[in-house]
Design a protein around this ligand. Structure first.
Ligand SMILES: [Zn+2]
Length: 201
């Protein structure tokens, strides 16, 4: 923890004992600007609890009135402060004043790239990605390609007189992207088997 204390002292000197994003001077603590998570002062900003809560909370819940100071901090000589200011302004870009500041602000490429790596902003595209359906056996155990299963009841195999007996082991199954069915070989014949009649072996 001594590293944290040293970091805090370094940042307090740099920031003149104020939050680096607003005028608050109470309970100031270092905040690592993602993706960094280290004790390097270059990667940290000294924040008050209000700023921290706003940044870590739901981007939609940002309190506009708290952030007018960004029009100054966006010009900070400290890249971490600039990057974080840009990030918050970007989250507030629905507000005209925030957009105006973003339009006027100048950040060197390196800092702009950093600013754009906002963990809160990254969630948007992944929301559109459909989850792979999980295939489960009769007990709800997840099944994967290559697993072995046993039949929990005897099954008639369509088109044959063959009955696959309860307890038959099916090795090396294959998922087919349908949570209700898998493929597996019984007596060297590839069959589609209902997962509700299977148990992971
Ligand atoms: Zn603050």
């Amino acid at each position: 923890m001594s590293d944290q204390i040293e970091l805090r002292n370094t940042l307090r000197d740099r920031a003149g004992d104020r939050c680096e994003l607003c005028p608050n001077a109470q309970e100031l603590n270092p905040f690592a600007v993602a993706p960094f998570e280290d004790d390097n002062p270059e990667h940290n900003v000294l924040l008050c609890p209000t700023c921290r809560q706003q940044i870590e909370g739901d981007p939609a819940g940002l309190d506009t009135n708290h952030w007018y100071g960004l029009q100054e901090t966006i010009w900070s000589e400290t890249p971490a402060v600039q990057a974080l200011s840009w990030r918050i302004l970007h989250r507030l870009r629905g507000e005209t004043w925030a957009r105006d500041i973003l339009d006027q602000a100048y950040l060197v490429d390196e800092v702009l790239e950093w600013a754009k790596q906002d963990p809160a902003g990254r969630e948007e595209p992944t929301d559109d990605t459909p989850d792979e359906p999980v295939t489960r056996d009769s007990n709800g155990t997840e099944l994967k390609d290559g697993d072995s299963v046993t039949l929990i009841r005897s099954l008639d195999v369509k088109g044959t007189s063959f009955v696959a007996k309860q307890g038959t082991k099916v090795k090396n199954i294959r998922l087919i992207g349908d949570p209700d069915n898998i493929e597996g070989k019984i007596n060297n014949v590839m069959l589609v088997l209902k997962t509700k009649f299977l148990k992971k072996a």
